[in-house]
Design a protein around this ligand. Structure first.
Ligand code: MG
Length: 159
C-alpha cells in the first residue's frame, strides 16, 4: 500500500544567516530567516511526509512558538518525522523535490543534499531526487527576496 504527500515552503533571504538547504551549508552572503535553521527544502520534505501520513502539517508538529525548535537543525525534525513513518509501518518509497532560487547556483550541491537527506530518510540516493531552478528573475525568488521549495513523497508499507 502506498501513500503520497505534497509539501511546499517559503523562507525570506536575509543578511547574517547561514544558508542551509537539505542539511548542507552553502557559502553565500545571505541565508534564510526562520525560527529553526530555516532549511526550506527540508521543511517542504517534512510537510510532504506528514501529508502522506495524513497527520496534519509541520506547524502542528513543530510549532514556531516552541523554544525547543529555536535554531534547531531541520534534519533533526526530519528524523523525528521518520520515526512517525516507521511507527505507522511505512518506509520511504521515493521523493522528488525542487528548490526555486535565483542565486547561488545550487547544481554543484545537489548530490550532497541528496546524500544527507537519504541518510536521514534511511533510503538510497536514487530514492531521493533534488532539483533546483531559477524563476527567470520573476517574483520574490527572482528578486532574491526568498527561496521556495516543493516536494512530493511516496511512502510504502514496510514488509
Ligand atoms: Mg519553513
Amino acid at each position: 500500500m502506498f501513500r503520497i504527500g505534497f509539501g511546499y515552503d517559503v523562507h525570506r533571504l536575509v543578511e547574517g544567516r547561514p544558508l542551509i538547504l537539505g542539511g548542507v551549508e552553502i557559502t553565500y552572503p545571505f541565508g534564510l530567516e526562520g525560527h529553526s535553521d530555516a532549511d526550506v527544502l527540508t521543511h517542504a520534505i517534512i510537510d510532504a511526509i506528514i501529508g502522506a501520513l495524513g497527520a496534519g502539517d509541520i506547524g502542528q508538529h513543530f510549532p514556531d512558538t516552541d523554544p525547543r525548535y529555536k535554531g534547531v537543525s531541520s534534519l533533526s525534525m526530519l528524523r523525528t518525522v521518520m520515526a512517525l513513518v516507521k511507527g505507522d509501518g511505512y518506509r520511504l518509497n521515493n521523493l522528488d523535490a525542487t528548490i526555486t532560487a535565483q542565486a547561488p547556483k545550487l547544481a554543484p550541491q545537489l548530490s550532497n543534499m541528496r546524500e544527507r537527506l537519504a541518510q536521514v530518510l534511511e533510503a538510497s540516493v536514487a530514492q531521493v531526487n533534488v532539483k533546483a531552478t531559477t524563476s527567470e528573475g520573476l517574483g520574490f525568488c527572482g528578486k532574491r527576496e526568498g527561496m521556495e521549495a516543493f516536494a512530493v513523497v511516496s511512502l510504502v508499507k514496510a514488509e
